[in-house]
Design a protein around this ligand. Structure first.
Ligand code: HEM
Length: 513
């Protein structure tokens, strides 16, 4: 039997068995740990066989640069996915194959997402970040949810011009229901291998729960995306534009060559792509500040020296805070939001380092493996922002950095995360604000009288690496700072007025499946 066998000129990899290849040993949970273990054994490029299909795993900056960035024309596709295409009608930028339509959607996104485009949205971003401080001040125990409100509302404001005051509102609930269903729809290994065995597509719906699930996902996703779009359209009709991204796209849809439905999914892809990732980063940040009090104190000392206690931080301050910048780099390295990114795929047959890469191979950028490589980073499992003060890439002495870039956590090539500049501004603003405003500590264990041990590995399963909710004590650093936050929040509410608008009722949706 040839199926499952590694073809002789593929990159090396774990031994295969007939038909299955490596399916039987492929991890279903936290796959990046196993893929990193294999990287140490088989090198920075290796292959895994899933039946007849090939997965290529890249675990060095050099391999990512050479194959994802420099051969982007070959590696910019996405794997075909019946489930994703059914749920998102083949219109979801992050999961679409390389096509003319994908290029048009990316081009449209770039109008807001360039550094200058992103800068135009900084006032709403700052107002949202102020609300996050205000929410944490008033109900610190709900900080996990406050972060999720912030991350969703900031993108919804930038893209659709719609601010969410509370987590408990019909729109936020609908967005999360759609995202949660998306996670189930896309869960690797949860459904029959439809993409490998296409005949399965013809099984009638009543016998195929997975088909019904994908259709339910489609109803939920299209319902909320179209609703968000109509909020924006109605604002334009009232002549109350607030400068959000989609206003421009709606008004110039002929120039962008996009239909109304395509525009709604474009907004949806930004919303889903931006909300969860930003949340995961900020929740990991709180976890690490709680687990590593010395780091917290050092960052606070820098902020106290540069900004002082009398005003809230501004985005411009960030350039004068090298330790805070190192802290963000170390957060990206230590607890990567997307440890395997979103898989790329090859558009055609290709070659790299003398290896053959068959058409439609999947390619994983194993960021976890790259950032936890003991040959590159001193004690990679130790959280140590100072490594990024020693040199730009935080590497051991003597490591050749000519192929390095610090934004590899945002992927690469033509598919590199278009939200990178919006995300960087969000992360910088909130790191400064949260450290300026609050002390984070582990709750005290009533039996020992000592702070509880914080587990920095208690994370949720899924495509993004997001911590499980954990107890954390959050106190304002002074009464004066609490008062400044109250004042700032009043100003933020003035900014929000333009983004609250007239409520538009969310119609109900059929959720059966
Ligand atoms: C900490 C924050 C973020 C991280 C770590 C992150 C990471 C990533 C990664 C790894 C990819 C896959 C890139 C590749 O395939 O090589 C991606 C794609 C994407 N991201 Fe982000 N992202 C973040 C924030 C955002 C934000 C704020 C937005 C929207 C404003 C956004 C929108 C997107 C979209 C639309 C794609 C799909 C690109 C495509 O397939 O063409 N992301 N992101």
């Amino acid at each position: 039997v040839k199926i499952g066998r590694r073809e002789p000129n593929l990159p090396p990899g774990p031994p295969t068995v007939p038909v299955l290849g490596n399916i039987h040993i492929f991890p279903t949970k936290f796959a990046f740990f196993k893929l990193t273990e294999w990287a140490r054994k088989y090198g920075d490029i290796y292959s895994i066989k899933i039946g007849p299909k090939t997965i290529i795993v890249l675990s060095s900056m050099k391999a990512v640069k050479e194959l994802i960035d420099q051969q982007s024309g070959l590696t910019c596709d996405r794997p075909k996915s019946y489930m994703a295409d059914t749920m998102y009608e083949g219109l979801f930028t992050a999961l679409m194959g390389y096509s003319e339509l994908w290029r048009r959607l990316r081009k449209t996104m770039h109008t807001i997402l360039t550094p200058n485009g992103a800068a135009a949205h900084q006032s709403i971003q700052a107002a949202e970040a102020t609300q996050l401080m205000h929410d944490m001040l008033h109900s610190p125990k709900l900080y996990f949810t406050h972060i999720e409100r912030y991350s969703t509302s900031v993108i919804a404001s930038i893209v659709f011009g719609k601010h969410f005051t509370h987590f408990n509102c019909p729109e936020m609930e609908a967005i999360f229901k759609s995202i949660e269903t998306g996670v189930k729809v896309l869960e690797p290994g949860a459904h029959p291998p439809i993409d490998q065995v296409p005949i399965l597509k013809y099984i009638p719906e009543r016998w195929a729960k997975w088909k019904r699930l994908a259709k339910r996902g489609n109803r939920l996703a299209s319902h909320i995306y179209l609703h968000m779009l109509s909020i924006c359209e109605q604002r334009i009709q009232r002549g109350e534009e607030n400068g959000c991204f989609l206003e421009d796209v709606i008004k110039n849809k002929d120039q962008y060559e996009l239909s109304r439905r395509q525009i709604s999914f474009l907004g949806g892809a930004l919303l889903d792509g931006g909300a969860h990732t930003t949340s995961a980063f900020l929740q990991s940040l709180v976890l690490c500040l709680t687990a590593f009090p010395d780091t917290q104190k050092k960052a606070q000392a820098e902020i106290d020296k540069v900004i002082g206690p009398d005003r809230v931080p501004q985005l411009e301050d960030f350039a004068r805070l090298p330790y805070c910048s190192a802290l963000i780099n170390e957060m990206h390295r230590f607890r990567i939001v997307g440890p395997l990114g979103i898989p790329h795929a090859t558009l055609d047959d290709g070659m790299y380092r003398g290896y053959f890469l068959p058409k439609e191979s999947l390619i994983f950028i194993n960021s976890w493996g790259i950032y936890h490589d003991p040959d590159v980073y001193e004690d990679p499992e130790t959280f140590n922002p100072d490594r990024y003060l020693q040199n730009k890439f935080g590497v051991k002495a003597g490591v050749d950095v000519k192929d390095f870039r610090n934004n590899i956590i945002f992927g690469g090539g033509r598919r590199i995360c278009p939200g990178m500049h919006v995300a960087n501004a969000s992360l910088a603003l909130n790191v400064m604000n949260l450290l300026w405003a609050f002390d984070f500590s582990a709750p005290v264990d009533s039996t020992t009288g000592k702070p509880c041990v914080v587990d920095t590995f208690k994370y949720q399963e899924g495509i993004f690496y997001q911590p499980m909710p954990f107890s954390c004590t959050i106190h304002p650093r002074s009464a004066a700072k609490a008062a400044i936050i109250e004042d700032e929040f009043e100003d933020a509410c003035i900014t929000f007025r333009k983004f609250d608008g007239v409520p538009v009722e969310l119609p109900s949706v059929d959720e059966t499946f």
